[in-house]
Write a protein that binds this ligand. Structure first.
Ligand code: FAD
Length: 393
C-alpha cells in the first residue's frame, strides 16, 4: 500500500513539506495535513501591517490549492496526541490518523511565567501578536487608540525565539506609525538580552528616522525585579512603576505543545539531525521550523521553508527509494526600518554531526546609500510572494 505521511501544522514548515511531498511524491505517498485554522495568517509582514505598509487581508492564505492541485488530504483539526508505538496521531475531535512517517511543524508556544504578571489570559489587554491571527489587529487598534504623547511599551523576549529581528522591526514600524500620527508619543523597550539581531542597523535607523522616540532598557529588564500588570497597565522595574498605554508582551518561547505530547523534546525544543531534520529521539518523526533544535539557523519562516524542502526529499527517499540530495539550507531575514529603508541578514548552511552549521553569511551595513536600502526592501517583497507561493500555490 502507499506509504502515509502525516504533517501536523500548516505553516511555513508544514505547508511547504506537504506541498513538496505531494508534488514530488506524485501518487507514491499519501499526504495528510492537519491544521486547525482554515486561513494561515503570516507573522511575516505583520509588522509592516502595523506600520501601514501592508494590508491585513494580504497576510491571509488558504489551503484550497494544496487540496485541489496536489491532492493533499487537509484536515482542519488540532493534533492532541501522538502514539509513537502505534504510529498514530490523535485529533481533538476523537479519531486517530495512522502514519508511516510523521512531520511536526507546530511553531511555538509560550513559556509559562516567563514574564512576571503576564499569562496568556492577559493577551486581550497586553497582546503578544507573535503568532498569526487577530492579535496583530488588536495591537494595531491599541496603537491607533493611544493618547497623544502616550507610551507604547514592548517586553522583548529572551533567546532563542522566532524571528530574531522581529521585535525590533516591530519597534521601527510602530515608530513609523507614531511619527505620522502621534509624534510626541514614546516607545519603551524592556529587554532581557544584552544585544540583539542587526542592533547597529536598527539603532542607526531609530536615530535617523525617529530621533528621541525609542528608549531601550536592558539587559535583564534593566533591574533585579520586573513585572507587568495588565489590569493597571503598568510596567514595574525595581519597584518603579511606569504607566503605559500599550504593552506588547513577547514572552519566552518553546516548541509547540504537540512536540511535548509526542515526548520528543529535550528542554524547550525538539532536537533533530542536521542531515534530514529527523528527530534525534524518534527517526519516524521529522521536526521542522521553530520547534526544532537544529543548530545555527535562526527560527524564521525562510528557515522553516528551507528545512521543509530538505526533509521532503529525505522522506521521499526513505519511503519510495527516490534519490536523496545532500542537505543544504539557506536563510535571509529582511526588516523594514522606515519607508524604503530595508536591511537584511542571512547565511547558507550545511549539515554536520553537531548540527546545522553556517558556511557563508552576509549582513547589511550601516551607512548604506538609499538605493541599496530600497533594493533590499524590494527583495523582501519578492521573497514574501515567493515563500507564500512555495507554501500554498
Ligand atoms: P508556523 O508558521 O507558526 O506554523 C505552525 C502551524 O502549526 C500553525 O498554523 C498552527 O496553527 C499549527 N499548529 C500548532 N499546533 C498544532 C497542533 N497541535 N495541531 C495542528 N496544527 C497545529 N520569518 C521570516 O522568515 N521572515 C520574516 O520577515 C519574519 N517576520 C516575522 C515577524 C513577526 C512579528 C513574527 C512573530 C515572526 C516572523 N517570522 C519571520 C518568523 C516566522 O513567522 C516563523 O519562524 C515561521 O512561521 C515558523 O514556521 P513553523 O512552520 O515552525 O511555524
Amino acid at each position: 500500500s502507499v506509504p502515509r505521511v502525516v504533517v501536523v501544522g500548516g505553516g511555513s514548515g508544514g505547508a511547504t513539506a506537504a506541498r513538496y511531498l505531494a508534488r514530488d511524491g506524485a501518487g507514491a505517498v499519501d499526504v495528510t495535513l492537519i491544521e486547525p485554522q482554515r486561513i494561515y495568517q503570516t507573522c511575516y509582514f505583520g509588522n509592516l501591517y502595523l506600520g501601514g505598509f501592508f494590508d491585513y487581508d494580504d497576510l491571509a492564505h488558504g489551503y484550497g490549492g494544496l487540496a485541489s492541485t496536489y491532492g493533499i488530504n487537509v484536515v482542519h483539526d488540532w493534533a492532541v496526541g501522538v502514539d509513537r508505538d502505534a504510529k498514530t496521531v490523535r485529533l481533538a475531535s476523537g479519531p486517530s490518523v495512522p502514519y508511516d512517517h510523521l512531520v511536526l511543524s507546530p511553531g511555538i508556544d509560550f513559556v509559562d511565567g516567563s514574564v512576571p504578571g503576564w499569562s496568556v489570559s492577559a493577551q486581550g489587554r497586553m497582546p503578544h501578536a507573535y503568532k498569526g491571527g487577530t492579535q496583530v489587529q488588536l495591537l494595531r487598534a491599541q496603537i491607533e487608540a493611544m493618547p497623544q504623547g502616550g507610551t507604547f511599551a514592548m517586553v522583548a523576549p529572551p533567546n532563542p525565539y522566532r524571528c530574531p529581528p522581529g521585535p525590533y522591526e516591530r519597534i521601527s514600524m510602530v515608530a513609523h506609525y507614531l511619527r505620522e500620527n502621534n509624534p510626541t508619543a514614546k516607545i519603551l523597550v524592556v529587554d532581557p538580552k544584552e544585544s540583539f539581531s542587526k542592533q547597529a542597523l536598527f539603532e542607526e535607523g531609530w536615530d535617523r528616522h525617529y530621533s528621541g522616540m525609542v528608549t531601550r532598557i536592558g539587559p535583564d529588564m534593566g533591574g533585579s525585579s520586573f513585572e507587568v500588570d495588565a489590569e493597571a497597565m503598568t510596567v514595574t522595574i525595581d519597584g518603579v512603576v511606569e504607566n503605559v498605554d500599550v504593552c506588547n508582551v513577547i514572552p519566552g518561547q518553546r516548541a509547540g505543545q504537540i512536540a511535548f505530547a509526542a515526548d520528543i523534546v529535550d528542554g524547550n525544543w525538539a532536537p533533530v539531525s542536521a542531515y534530514d531534520m529527523t528527530s534525534r529521539i524518534d527517526p519516524a518523526i521529522t521536526v521542522l521550523g521553530d520547534a526544532a533544535a537544529q543548530g545555527a539557523m535562526p527560527k524564521s519562516g525562510f528557515s522553516a521553508n528551507s528545512q521543509a524542502k530538505v526533509a521532503a526529499n529525505a522522506i521521499l527517499a526513505s519511503l519510495t527509494g527516490s534519490r536523496a540530495f545532500p542537505a543544504r539550507y539557506a536563510n535571509t531575514c529582511w526588516s523594514l526600518i522606515d519607508t524604503d529603508d530595508g536591511v537584511k541578514v542571512g547565511a547558507t548552511y550545511e549539515a554536520s554531526d553537531e548540527g546545522i552549521v553556517s558556511v557563508d553569511s552576509f549582513v547589511s551595513q550601516t551607512g548604506e546609500d538609499a538605493e541599496t536600502r530600497a533594493a533590499t526592501y524590494r527583495e523582501s517583497l519578492d521573497w514574501y510572494q515567493a515563500i507564500t507561493t512555495d507554501m500554498f500555490v
